[in-house]
Structure formats: C-alpha cells, structure tokens
Design a protein around this ligand. Structure first.
Ligand SMILES: Nc1ncnc2c1ncn2[C@@H]1O[C@H](COP(=O)(O)OP(=O)(O)OP(=O)(O)O)[C@@H](O)[C@H]1O
Ligand SMILES: [Mg+2]
Length: 282
C-alpha cells in the first residue's frame, strides 16, 4: 500500500494525534437540511462473515450507516474491502450474518457499485452506455432522457454520441459515474474509482462525487487507498483490519474542506498510524 506511506509525519507525531481532538466546526445544520431531502437508505450489517476456502476474510463485521451518510473504508491490501462492497451490493453470497437496508424493499437498481475500471461497452456509444445503468427500465420511453440528464450531471453532454475508445481516462470514469447515477441509486458504493487517475483529474472527480452526493442524497460508501481522499470526502472513515472494523473515525468538519488544513492533516495522520500498525503486524 505505497500510497499511504507518503506521509511526511513522523511515527511520534502520528501517535500523538491518535486521540482525535474535537473537530473545530460542527455542521449539524447542514446535515439536518440534507437529511430532509435524502433519498439514501440506511445500511445495517450484523455479524457478517465471508471466507474463500481457508481464507477467512471477513470475521464479523458490525456496522450501521445512517441514510445519506458518506462513509470511506480504508485498510491494507487484501483486508476485504472489495469483498465487503460486493456483499453489500449482492454480488457475492454471505456466509453468515446479515445486511439490511432499513425497512425498505430494495430493488437491484437501488444499490450500485462503481469500480476502478470504467467497464464501458466498447461497441456502444456513450449515451447507450449510460442507459445500461437503467437495468429493467432501459426499454422505457424516457430512458434516453434520463441518460441525457445523468450525462449532464457529470458534464459530458457533448460526448453523448462518442465511442468510449476516444474518451480520456477521466471522461470514461465520468461516464461510469453517469451510468451508476442514472437509476437514482439509494446506496452508491465506490471501489477505488479514482485510483487510476492523475492527481488533477482525481481532485476534479472528488469534487464531482461530492457534488452529486450532496445533490442526490444517496448513502455513499467509498473504498480508497488514499487516506487524504477519505478524510476530505467522508463523514466517517472506517479502518478494516483482521476481518473486522478496527477503527471508526468521525470527520466532523464543514464542507467544502480546506485541503492541507491542520484539522484534516491531524485526522489523516491518526488514520495512517492505524494502517501502519496493521501493516507492521504482517
Ligand atoms: N472470488 C474470490 N475467490 C477467492 N479468494 C478471493 C476472492 N475474492 C477475494 N478473495 C480473497 O479475499 C481477500 C480479500 O480480497 P479483497 O479483494 O476484498 O481485498 P481488498 O481489501 O479489496 O484489497 P485491495 O486493497 O488490494 O483491493 C484476498 O485475500 C483475496 O485474495
Ligand atoms: Mg479491492
């Protein structure tokens, strides 16, 4: 996990920050306002276990995410982050425990995952690629209009008739985001969606993710290797270690967050120290 090792902080500094001093600015009003218009679903995970053969990956995950919250998940490579997302999205079978979304009857379109690779269909133009995200509704008469709207949300209206092959990496990811958004998901999980992008494109995508999350109010779960990204975007950062949630860190800072601020750096340092101590045990 090279990306988390780029911190300039010393071990001692990291350790001294681990107590999480109370954050400066509370954003209760903002949250309350957003919750009123949220379309997100709450997510409860109880005693979740998953093994692949002898490899016991998740050993009892317990977690509650309120509707509309933005949660980031970090942890060393192979700790089970993608497995957890796949279980939440119903792409993998659980061994034991439960995953529930409040009292709502969940449709497949309600829970979406966006992956690191855009996974676009090379033989379909951009607009058709977005329509794929509508699933069963793809054949409905308003499908093209809905896809156009989703493309507009990611700022790619002018690319609607292009083939995926002519798009840049960042543009492909924006098409993948539009495809995920088009069904108006109530839980949207991201599996390192920005990992392959250059630094500037990455920051612009982070802003876009934040904007669509605020506009649409879905519950967001972002898996990332980048702790700075996690604390910049999320309400809460979960650290997975040894098959369980080892740390649950609240990021109680107003948005938009100032990159490089002392508060963000302090939180980032604390989380990095958790990750480094997990790494040291292996
Ligand atoms: N379909 C599968 N069959 C067998 N083993 C699997 C399967 N999927 C995942 N694993 C194993 O489960 C463990 C967790 O994998 P997972 O992909 O969830 O890790 P991760 O935390 O997402 O890692 P990374 O940060 O590298 O993406 C790994 O040891 C992996 O080899
Ligand atoms: Mg993964």
């Amino acid at each position: 996990m090279q990306t988390v090792l780029r911190t300039p902080h010393s071990e001692t500094e990291l350790a001294s920050r681990a107590s999480f001093a109370p954050a400066a600015r509370l954003v209760r009003e903002e949250r309350q306002e957003r919750q009123v218009q949220t379309s997100g679903l709450p997510l409860s995970v109880r005693g979740l276990r998953k093994s692949f053969g002898d490899n016991e990956v998740l050993r009892g995950i317990d977690l509650h995410i309120p509707a509309g919250q933005f949660v980031a998940i970090v942890g060393k490579s192979g700790c089970g982050k993608s497995t957890l997302l796949r279980l939440i999205a119903g792409l993998e079978k659980i061994d034991a425990g439960s995953i529930s979304f409040g009292d709502a009857k969940v449709q497949p379109e309600d829970v979406r995952v966006m992956f690191q690779e855009p996974r676009l269909l090379p033989w379909a133009r951009v607009l058709s690629n977005v329509e794929v995200g509508l699933g069963r509704d793809r054949s409905s008469s308003d499908a093209p209009a809905r896809a156009e709207k989703a493309l507009a949300e990611v700022g790619l209206t002018d690319k609607r008739d292009q083939w995926p092959s002519v798009l840049s990496g960042g543009q492909k990811q924006r098409v993948a985001l539009a495809r995920a958004l088009v069904s108006r998901p109530r839980v949207l999980a991201f599996d390192e969606p920005l990992g392959a992008l250059d630094a500037l494109t990455r920051i612009s995508m982070q802003r876009l993710l934040q904007r669509v999350w605020r506009d649409q109010g879905f519950t967001a779960i972002l898996v990332t290797h980048d702790v700075a990204e996690a604390v910049a975007l999320a309400d809460r950062v979960l650290v997975i270690d040894e098959g369980r949630i080892a740390h649950d860190v609240t990021v109680n800072l107003a948005r938009p967050r100032e990159r490089g601020s002392a508060e963000l750096a302090g939180l980032e340092g604390s989380i990095l120290s958790y990750l480094l101590s997990a790494e040291d045990r292996t």
